[in-house]
Design a protein around this ligand. Structure first.
Ligand SMILES: Nc1ncnc2c1ncn2[C@@H]1O[C@H](COP(=O)(O)OP(=O)(O)O)[C@@H](O)[C@H]1O
Ligand SMILES: [Mg+2]
Length: 427
């Protein structure tokens, strides 16, 4: 079959890399892709949010399966558009993607279906939000309603910080007018934060192995949040069997049933952002796609044929699918541009990729470009360097050997990816 992957980051390079190994995939395209995907597929210069352009390309090239990486095209309704043209597109419909596209709607969905989450109120006028925050007179969380590239949430230690966040979102429109038209103000949850991923075919779900990411830019979880500085999988001991049963029973099943009940069954990959609190698991947020960089640790560990799994989700056959996993540990380290997540330069020459691969690392491109035949930096997160090993330490060794082999001016990475659990276990 001919397959098109939509997107251009490390997650999409990993999706393309895994799909390229499937005997079902005869020809692979990535739109718009990056220099990494160009080495395993044909890049097509169509932006991920140009739905019309993508649909036209898919029809002309007789693409039989389109796989969507990022949230934006899903929120814009790429799946609905493709379906209306008789094209098969893997991911949730526009209506189901509202779970990520609107935090206010997601919270109302959670409330309607009695799914555990932080107590909250939503506001469409800044003065009302501010009055409520003053009334709370303590820590709270302020969230911009719409897509904000992971920057729209403030966990505020006190009212002044929360009020500042409301002003940035609703008055200064830092995330645009639409994303900032409403805010959610919610209670601060305490506990262990985890992400759970499931393939869903509308009615059935299959859980993936656990992965954990590192959001802060510096070692020891210091500094500002980023798109993700690294991840590792599996995460033994993170969630016990009974705790996972509770997550399935109280969160995953009612989420899928609630969406069916509302006429928007969920097809694709569902990402549950959870806090394991003293009173059980609670939903922090939903995402409607793979996490990046978690995806870069999960797909290299997935032994099953990804194309077959994706087809099963589209055809409602997930009840007959069991995923098999490579028992090795995978560690993904993000090589970032100096200055990221703040301002950073681009266009700087990158070298050492072949050496990194010779050291056993898998290298997925995230923010790279080709300039006169030279690979250069083109984003904040430049490369995802993945090591696979018999245990966490071995996987870390390979990933960091890869990181050390690669050079570009200002290169920055965290040195403690995968070490979080060990740090926590220390008394
Ligand atoms: N109610 C909450 N209590 C404690 N921490 C929270 C809460 N809501 C969000 N957070 C923290 O803020 C981060 C970002 O919030 P999230 O809702 O996942 O939005 P996004 O990923 O879109 O930025 C979470 O990963 C979590 O660490
Ligand atoms: Mg999140």
């Amino acid at each position: 079959m001919q397959v098109l992957v939509v997107g251009s980051g490390g997650r999409e390079h990993a999706l393309a890399w895994k799909l390229a190994q499937s005997p079902l995939v005869r020809k692979l395209f990535v739109a718009p892709g990056n220099p990494g995907t160009a080495s395993i597929a044909t890049n097509v210069p169509i932006r991920a949010d140009d739905l019309e352009g993508l649909a036209r390309f898919a029809a002309e090239q007789r693409i039989e399966l389109t796989v969507v990486g990022p949230e934006l095209p899903l929120a814009l309704g790429i799946v609905d558009l493709f379906q209306s043209r008789g094209l098969r597109c893997w991911g949730p419909s526009r209506a189901a993607a509202r779970l990520e596209a609107s935090k206010a709607e997601a919270k109302e969905f959670l409330r309607r279906h009695n799914i555990p989450t932080a107590r909250f109120r939503t506001f469409s006028a800044s003065q009302d939000a501010i009055a409520y925050i003053r009334e709370l007179a303590g820590p709270c969380v302020v969230k911009a309603d719409g897509l904000a590239a992971g920057k729209g949430v403030t966990v505020a230690r006190h009212s002044e910080q929360a009020i500042e966040a409301v002003i940035r979102i609703m008055e200064k429109h830092e995330f645009g007018r639409e994303a900032g038209a409403r805010v959610v103000v919610e209670e601060v949850l305490r506990g262990e934060e985890i992400s759970v991923f499931a393939f869903c075919d509308g009615h059935n779900a299959v859980l993936l192995d656990l992965a954990q990411d590192h959001k802060q830019v510096f070692d020891g979880d210091e500094g500002p949040n980023t798109g993700g500085m690294g991840a590792f999988s599996p995460v033994p001991g993170l969630v016990s069997g009974p705790a996972m049963d509770e997550i399935v029973r109280r969160i995953l099943v009612p989420t899928m049933a609630g969406l069916v009940h509302e006429g928007r069954p969920y097809v694709g990959l569902l990402y549950l952002g959870l806090m394991i609190t003293d009173s059980g698991p609670k939903v922090i947020e939903y995402n409607v796609r793979f996490g990046d960089p978690e995806c870069q640790t999960l797909l290299p560990r997935l032994s099953s044929d990804l194309a077959e799994v994706l087809l099963a989700t589209l055809e409602g056959r997930l009840d007959r699918i069991e995923l098999s996993w490579d028992p090795r540990t995978a560690v993904c380290v993000t090589l970032a541009s100096g200055g990221y997540p703040g301002k950073f330069p681009t266009g700087l020459p990158i070298s050492g990729l072949a050496e990194a691969e010779a050291a056993g690392a898998l290298v997925f491109h995230a923010g790279t470009a080709l300039k006169d035949g030279q690979l250069v930096t083109a984003g904040g997160r430049v490369l995802s360097v993945v090591g696979r090993g018999v245990d966490l330490e071995h996987a870390r060794q390979i990933a960091y050997a890869g990181c050390d082999a690669i050079q570009f001016p200002g290169k920055h990475c965290r040195r403690d990816i995968g070490r979080r659990r060990e740090a926590r276990r220390r008394p």
